[in-house]
Design a protein around this ligand. Structure first.
Ligand SMILES: Cc1cn([C@H]2C[C@H](O)[C@@H](COP(=O)(O)OP(=O)(O)O[C@H]3O[C@H](C)C(=O)[C@H](O)[C@H]3O)O2)c(=O)[nH]c1=O
Length: 182
């Protein structure tokens, strides 16, 4: 398993090994010990799966407030996404900064998103499946969103905002300045 930090403290790309043979391949997509060797010592308690039927669907930017804040280990089992992470820790030197990573079934890579960061992704292909582990259970009362196109954050999405498909919740999300932060 290879890891590399992505420019924001604690945000990593992770690439599990793939063991190919004439039938296809085998991969340990999660191994607690391997993550601990990379300094990620966490207990994941819930697995999530989201299917997005079309290219251009944007889910996010989401986070759960403490005490339900979640670390996330995100991968793509079909298709591809532009995954985006924003530092929303008000005392952080990189508050409001963002990083992005293309996560895809083809690249077989993952992104690790620590607590304190908002998370979202834009699908780059139809029929994209995102599979991810989280370290706290879903808690609707702690679930929060911030606008994907907040000019203060300035995320460079690869398609025009008018072509982006959003849930009603995400279309109505507040700007980071008006959102509850860490
Ligand atoms: C997150 C979640 C949702 N739900 C239910 C609640 C709704 O009835 C339905 C869709 O929820 P939502 O619109 O919040 O789903 P996404 O827009 O994919 O939200 C996710 O998108 C970004 C990328 C994230 O990082 C979060 O994991 C999560 O917020 O699933 C559950 O039952 N359990 C859950 O853990």
């Amino acid at each position: 398993m290879e890891t590399r930090e992505l420019g924001l403290e604690g945000v990593f790309e992770i690439k599990p090994n793939r063991h190919g043979d004439s039938r296809g391949f085998f991969s340990e997509t999660y191994n607690k010990l391997r993550l601990e060797e990379a300094g990620i010592c966490l207990e994941f308690v819930q697995d999530n799966f989201s299917y997005s039927a079309a290219k251009g669907i944007l889910r996010g930017l989401h986070y759960q407030l403490p005490p339900a804040a979640q670390d996330k280990l995100v991968r793509v089992s079909r298709g591809s996404i532009l995954d985006v992470v924003v530092d929303i820790r008000r005392t952080s030197a990189t508050f409001g900064r963002w990083v992005s990573l293309v996560v895809s079934a083809e690249a077989w890579n993952q992104i690790f998103v620590p607590k304190g960061f908002a998370h979202g992704f834009l699908t780059l292909e139809d029929d994209t499946e995102v599979v991810y582990k989280v370290t706290e259970f879903y808690s609707p009362q702690h679930d929060r969103a911030i606008r994907f196109d907040d000019p203060e954050i300035g995320i460079k999405w690869p398609i025009d905002s008018k072509d982006i498909i959003l849930s009603e919740k995400d279309a109505a999300a507040p700007l980071l300045a008006d959102a509850e932060k860490f």
